[in-house]
Every structure is written in C-alpha cells, then in structure tokens.
Ligand binder design. Structure first.
Ligand code: F0G
Length: 375
C-alpha cells in the first residue's frame, strides 16, 4: 500500500524560513495549509471586475489564524524550558494557547474580558484545560496585567508581542504566493492588535527580498530573505470596527465596543509596526460599522457558503466598499483574510439568522409539502 506523506504543520513545511534547528522539538497540530477560495457569486453582485480570494484561516486546528503563531511561540517556549504560558485574549488566542499548551504538556493561563467572549472560544479554552481568569475589564486591561505579571512569575507571554508569533503567522503570505504564483495587489485584513497585518507584511517582504522595519524578530537583519519568488508586495489594507478603531482615530481608544468581540481592542500592541506596514506598503486603514460587518458575514455564508466569525468579515466588508468606490481599482487581485470560523460565535450568528426554521410533523406528506412550498 502506498502511503501519502502526512502534513505535519507549517514549521516542518517552512523550516528553513523559521527560527528552528534540527534539534528543536516541534509542537504542532497540523496548522496552516488553509484554503484560498475564489469568490464566485459576490463579485457578480458588485458588478465590478475583480478577482477576490478569501484565505479561510478558520480552518486551522482551533478555528483561527492564531494557530500559525502559536505553534511557533509554544515550540520556542518549550525549547526554552518554559512550564507555563500566559496571554490576554478576546478569545481566539486563548483557545489556541490552551490547545498548544495541552499538546506540549504545559500550563496555559488565559486572561479574558468579563462577558465579552464568544461561547465557542470559551468552550475551547476550558476543554483544553487552560486556567481561565476572567477579569473585570477589557482586553487592554488584560494585556497590561499580563505584561506586569510576566516580570514577576515564570510564565512566557504568547501574545503577538512575542516575536515568534509573527514568525509563524508570516507563513500565510508564503502559502498565498505559492497558490497564486504572485502576490495579490491588495491584501485586506481585520485589525485588532495589528499583529497579523504586520506578520503578513514580513512574509511578503521576505519573499521579495525586501527589508522591512516592521519585523521585531530580526530588527532589519533578516536571515530569511533568500527565497525570491515574486517581485511586488501587496498594498496592505486594515479594517477596524468603528467602535474600536484607534488606527482611524489616530490615537488609542479607551472604551472600545463592537459586536466583533475578537477585535474589541483600543490599545493595539503592534501600533508602531502597523504604521510602518501602512507606509511601506502604500496601503490604508479604514473602519466598518457593526451593521456592515454583520451584513457581510451573512452575505459570505448565504452567497458563497463560507461561514466566518464577525471580526473576519470586516476584511471583506471593507474590501467590497473600496472596490465599489474604485479606491481598489477594477481588475485587481485581492486577498481577504478570514481570520476565524463562524462556529466560534454561534450566538451572534443565530441572532441574525432570519431564515425561518420550518416546524412540521414527522410525516412524508408534510415534508413533501414543505419542499414544494419552498422551491
Ligand atoms: N480576527 C480575529 C478572529 C481575531 O481573533 C483577531 C485577534 C483579529 C482578527 C485581529 O488580529 O490582533 O493580529 O490584528 N484576536 C486576538 C485574540 C486579540 O485575543 O484572540 P490582530
């Protein structure tokens, strides 16, 4: 019987472009290798010529892009002898940290905001054995506390201020370029702490042998810019929820609010790096209202069969607006990152589901008539 080679995660796959050596014990759940899906139905509604792809990061092992960074951060923490990791989180980082800590046999402490975390994410963190500390405060309070406590306790921070996180996350750009055979003209992402937009820029920069001042890992001394496969980097476009939009306000926001709880962040940790990305790439930041975000989440599900969580839909909501206005020119190639799976936040999805559940008797006649009524 011929055996197919099993995919063992992004560190194995991009070993030469990541900070590991032959002795590093890799902590992996087979993350990465997510589908790049071309939108078929939504572009025709827009009546504009555009090639729009979504990178469906919700199909990572814990249902979000965080796994790309977490495999790297936990691998390095374990290599360094850590027995415990810690993070503040709006939900997805905590689910991912909990999973990789379980896999490594170490402890995860996660600080989450009081009552503002989607149910799926909380279920994951608790099932995966994390010590969940729910604070009477928001993500920004949690992040401040994590930084303070890490000075006093033997715990490794695995938020995206840990430079290994962005090293792992940069691999999404590698996959996109491999599949398209080029970099897109525009890469659109939802922005919270701005770690992910920075990581993608690092990835694209390495592929084009360009240096970037946005990389905290190498500080301008990049060892990985050897694989020059494309010449042009994309313009990086970051969309925030209107109630949590420090990059658009030009300053920190103290009481962020949005239905997209994943990006309910007012004090982004990668503030300076994201502005460098903005400048170097020639992209921009913009905001989306909660209504736009939810409408786009629904449109992706209804028209394309792609179910993402609300924060993720901000990338497509913003891109569609900018394509419609012409800010993103016709015939552009656009990639939007869908950062998390729709199942993460069932409550928000169910609340906006308007399609009625048809209740009938368990009889053939009633099933038949229900079908005929709805054809
Ligand atoms: N989309 C989702 C689904 C997220 O969970 C996050 C961040 C982002 C987008 C924004 O990414 O912070 O790199 O700009 N979630 C973090 C968490 C804050 O704790 O799970 P970013």
């Amino acid at each position: 019987m011929s055996s197919k080679k099993i995919y063992t995660g992004l560190i194995e796959r991009y070993r030469n472009q990541l900070p590991v050596n032959k002795d590093t014990k890799i902590i992996s759940l087979g993350e990465g290798n997510t589908p790049l899906i071309k939108l078929h139905n939504i572009p025709s509604i827009l009546n504009k010529q555009a090639e729009i792809y979504v990178k469906y990061e919700g199909l990572n092992p814990t249902g979000s892009f965080k796994d790309r960074g977490m495999t790297m951060a936990v691998t390095k923490a374990v290599e360094d002898g850590a027995k415990a990791i810690i993070c503040a989180s709006t939900g997805n980082t905590s689910a991912s940290a909990a999973a990789y800590a379980a896999r490594a046999g170490i402890t995860a402490f996660v600080l989450i905001p009081d009552g503002k975390i989607a149910q799926g994410k909380l279920a994951q963190a608790t099932m995966e054995g994390a010590i969940v500390l729910q604070i009477k405060g928001n993500f920004d309070d949690g992040m401040r506390l994590v930084k303070e406590v890490a000075d006093e306790a033997q715990v490794t921070i695995v938020n995206s201020i840990n430079p290994f996180r962005l090293q792992g996350q940069k691999t999404a750009a590698f996959e996109i370029v491999e599949e398209l055979g080029r970099a897109p003209d525009f890469h659109c992402l939802p922005v919270g702490n701005a770690g992910n937009i920075t990581a993608h820029w690092i990835g694209y920069s390495e592929l084009t042998k360009n240096s970037t001042k946005a990389c905290a890992y190498c500080n301008g001394d990049c060892h990985y810019g050897t694989k020059s496969s494309v010449s042009i980097r994309p313009k990086m476009v970051g969309y925030q929820a209107s109630g949590a939009a420090p990059f658009i306000r030009g300053d920190m926001v103290d009481n962020p609010e949005t239905v997209a709880t994943a990006i309910r962040i007012g004090h982004p940790q990668s503030w300076d790096y994201a502005w460098i990305v903005n400048k170097e790439s020639g992209g921009w930041f913009d905001e989306c209202s909660d209504e736009e975000i939810l409408a786009t989440q629904k449109m992706l599900a209804e028209k394309e069969g792609i179910f993402c969580e609300p924060a993720s839909a901000a990338s497509v909501a913003g891109a569609l607006r900018d394509i419609t206005s012409g800010k993103i020119p016709e015939n552009s190639c656009i990639v939007c990152t869908l950062t998390g799976h729709g199942l993460k936040d069932p409550d928000t999805a169910i609340k906006q589901s308007t399609a009625p559940v048809v209740k009938i008797e368990a009889s053939l006649a009633q099933v038949k008539s229900a079908i005929l009524d709805n054809m």
